[in-house]
Ligand binder design. Sequence first.
Ligand code: HXC
Length: 528
Amino acid sequence: MPEQTATEPTTAERIAALDARHRQVVETAEDRARQKQHQKGKLTARERLDLLFDSGSFVELDEFVRHRCTEYGMSGDRPDGDGVITGYGTVDGRQVCAFSQDFTILGGSMGEACGGKVMKLMDLAMKIGCPVVGINDSGGARIQEGVLSLAHYAEIGRRNVLASGVIPQISLIMGPCAGGAVYSPAMTDVTVMVRDTSYMFVTGPEVVAAVMGERTTRDELGGAETNSEVAGNVHHVADDEPAAIAWVRDLLGYLPSNNLEEPPVFAHAGAPEVTDRDRHLDGIMPDSANRTYDMVELIERVVDEDSLLPFQESFAPNIICALASVEGRSVGVVANQPGHLAGAIDLDASVKAARFVRMCDAFRIPILTLVDVPGYLPGVQQERMGIIRHGAKLLYAYSEATVPLVTVVVGKAYGGGYAVMGSKHLGADINLAWPTAKIAVMGAGGAVLMLYRKALATAEGADRERLLAKYTEEYRQLFDSPYIAAERGYVDRVIRPSQTRLEVARALRALRHKRAELPAKRHGNIPL
Ligand code: HXC
C-alpha cells in the first residue's frame, strides 16, 4: 500500500472540511439571512422549510451548486447553493419535495445553476410521485445571466405543465414574485400569499409608470388583496408566514401524493344516526324569499366536523369551493352562496369552480355539489366580458369529471344553473334534493310574465293583480318543487334535510370504486 504523503489530507481532515463547508452554507449564511429577512418581517428560506417539513426530516440536495456566470463581476460572487434550497422530506409522514428561494443571496434571482436545481427537484418529484411545494421570494430572472435565466424559467414552466394533474404542485409567495416569474406559480394547483410581505405582478410600479404613465403601488398592482379578491390568482391569503405554511400542511392532508394514489383517509367521529346537529338542517331554509341563510353553515353540517378548508374565499364568494372530508375521506365541495349575488353564477364564479372541479378530478377527490342557484348572472357587463365562454368552463369541467359526483339541490336550481351545477345530465352519479328544492327554467315571477304576456297585457288594475297571483300560484305548484325532476329520475331521491349527512356519506361509500372513462383523444378543447 502506498505511503500517505504529507500534503494529502487525512480522512478526518476531509470530514472536518465537509463539516466546515456545510457550516458555511447552513450556519454562516443563515445568520446573515436571518438579520436581513427578519427586519423585513420575513422568515429565512431555511426557517420556512423547517416549518413545512416534519422536524428533522428535510434532506437538502445540491447545497454546493454554484453559478458559472462571469459577467458584471459575478465570478467574484459565487455563493454555495446559488440562492435556492432544494430537497425532500416528510409532511405528516408523507414524502414531499420543496424548493425555497433565498432572497438574501443574489436576490433569490433565477439563473442557470439555481434553475437547474429546481428542475432536478421537479424531475425527482415526478419519479417519486410526490407533491412539490415551491416557496417563492425572488427578484426574478437574474439579469447578469441574460437568456440563460429566461431559458430556465421556461424549462420550469414546461415541467409545471407536464407535472400538472400528475403530482400536486403548491406555491407559497413569500416576497417578490415579479415578471415572467409569476407564470410558474400560476400553473401550479394552489397559490398562497402572505398579507403585507408578498407581492406578485407581471410589471412593477416603475415600469407601469414609465410605459403607461399610471401612478400606482406594489400593493395595488400585486398585493395579497389584489391577487386574492380581484384577480383570483391566489387561493388563500394568510396573515403571516407560519400561518401560510400551516395552511399548506393542512392542504397536503387532503391530496393524494399523485394521480395514481387515493387521498389519505383520516379517523372521523361522525355519528351513524341523525343527530341534533343534523336536525338543525330541517329549519335552515327560510320560508320567506326575502331572508337568506349561510351556505357555509349548511356545508359544515354535512361534512366531517372542522374539516372544511375553503379555497379562494374572498374571490367570487357567490360560489363556495372547499376541500373537506366525509367519513374521513377527502371531498371537494362546490356550492352556491345565496348571500352573495343571490348565488348567481357570474364569470368569476364559473372560472373559480371549474378550476376547482378539474383539480379534484385530477387528484381522485369526489365532488359534492350543493345547489341553490337562480342561474347565470345576467347583464351587459357579464355578456361583454364573456360569460358565454367563461360560463362554459364549469359545464366543461363537470362533464369531463370522472370522480364520484354527488349533488344535493337544497333550494333553487333554475335555468343554466340547474344544468351546470352537477346535474344528472352532466354525469353526476347520485342526485338528491330537499323538499325545498325548486327545479325549473326560471322563478315564478319571470316565468308568469313570459307565459301569460298576452293575457296580462289586456288586463288592468286589480284584475291584472288577481290574474298575476293566480298564475304565479299555479306555476309554483307545478314547477317550484323537486317533484317533476324526481318524476323523470333526474333526481334520485328527495330527502329530509336532516338526512343529508348520512345520505351523502352513503352515496360516496357506494361510489368509492366507481369506474368511468372518457373517449380517447389527444386532449379536449376547453373554452379558455
Ligand atoms: C439580479 C437581483 C435581481 C435580479 C434583485 N437582485 N433582483 N439581481 N437579478 N432580477 C439583487 C439586487 O441587485 C440586490 O443585490 C439584492 O438582490 C436585493 O435586491 P434589492 O433591490 O436591494 O431588494 P428590494 O429593495 O427588496 O427590492 C426587491 C425588488 C428589486 C423589487 C424585487 O430587487 C427589483 O426590482 N428587482 C428586479 C426585478 C425584475 O425586474 N426582475 C426581472 C423580471 S422579468 P445587492 O448586491 O445590492 O444586495 C422576469 C422574466 C422571467 O423575471 C421570464 C420567464 C419566462
